[in-house]
Design a protein around this ligand. Structure first.
Ligand SMILES: O=C(O)[C@H](O)COP(=O)(O)O
Length: 248
């Protein structure tokens, strides 16, 4: 049996402001840092010890990972930063307030943009200064690999190669792994691992900064999964994420 830990980053400044974030590189709030520390405490108490860590190239996930490993006194763990674990690109919605967008376009439309499997928000214009073409962290990518918007299906299409080429072989080689990533890149992975249908994935939300443990069989199929920590607080956090896209 293998175990892997997934974690969405702690609260970011744009989570606090309830803005669509995507590939915008915002930092953690103080609460977000505290969530990452608490995650480290829980993982330490549960006896976790990691050999390898994965994260995205966005600082909210990177700092969450550093803070969690620091709390565990495991900052020596090698870290692989992989752009394919980035948050789903939120296109032209990036920067907009989620509740205001729902008030303007309706809760149903915002739910489609946030949670449907295959409907992307409108794309950024290629000439938009928010496009990532000139960002040095993506310098090794072909232009067509750099999104201007994504639906979850697009995110699955880039996350799965990271799983298949890098993460899954490391698990099979016996590495104890933690992945610090984002709400929708983790939804993409969980959809795949748990075989969740395109319809049912709409109902899956991931709270900030809570370690999610997956136990996997020899074929890397999930045996069970559970969040560490206070279960009622986690349920409340999940409901809060779902409600971020409502006008009231
Ligand atoms: O990019 C964002 O806005 C968040 O990280 C995830 O947002 P969502 O829960 O609205 O998809």
């Amino acid at each position: 049996m293998y175990k892997i830990v997934f974690m969405r980053h702690g609260e970011s400044t744009w989570n606090l402001a309830n803005r669509f974030t995507g590939w915008v590189d915002v930092d953690l709030t103080e609460k977000g840092v505290a969530e990452a520390r608490q995650a480290g405490k829980l993982l330490k108490e549960a006896g976790f010890s990691f050999d390898l860590a994965y994260t995205s190239v966005l600082k909210r996930a990177i700092r969450t990972l550093w803070t969690t490993l620091d709390e565990m006194d495991q900052m020596y763990v090698p870290v692989k930063n992989d752009w394919r674990l980035n948050e789903r690109h939120y296109g032209a919605l990036q920067g907009l307030n989620k509740a205001e967008t729902a008030a303007q376009y309706g809760d149903e439309q915002v739910l489609v943009w946030r949670r449907s499997y295959d409907t992307p928000p409108n794309p950024l214009e290629p000439s938009d200064p928010r496009a990532s073409f000139n960002d040095p962290r993506y310098a090794g990518l072909a232009r067509e690999q750099i999104p201007l918007t994504e639906c979850l299906k697009d995110t699955v299409a880039r996350v799965l190669p990271a799983w298949n080429d890098s993460i899954a072989p490391a698990i099979r080689a016996g590495k104890q792994i933690i992945i610090s990533a984002h709400g929708n890149s983790l939804r993409a992975l969980i959809k795949y691992l748990d075989g969740i249908s395109d319809n049912d994935i709409v109902g899956l939300n991931i709270p900030n900064g809570q370690p999610l443990v997956y136990e996997l069989d020899a074929d890397l199929k999930p045996i069970k999964s559970y969040y560490l920590g206070d279960q009622s607080a986690i349920q409340a956090a999940l409901a809060a994420v779902a409600n971020q896209g409502k006008s009231k």
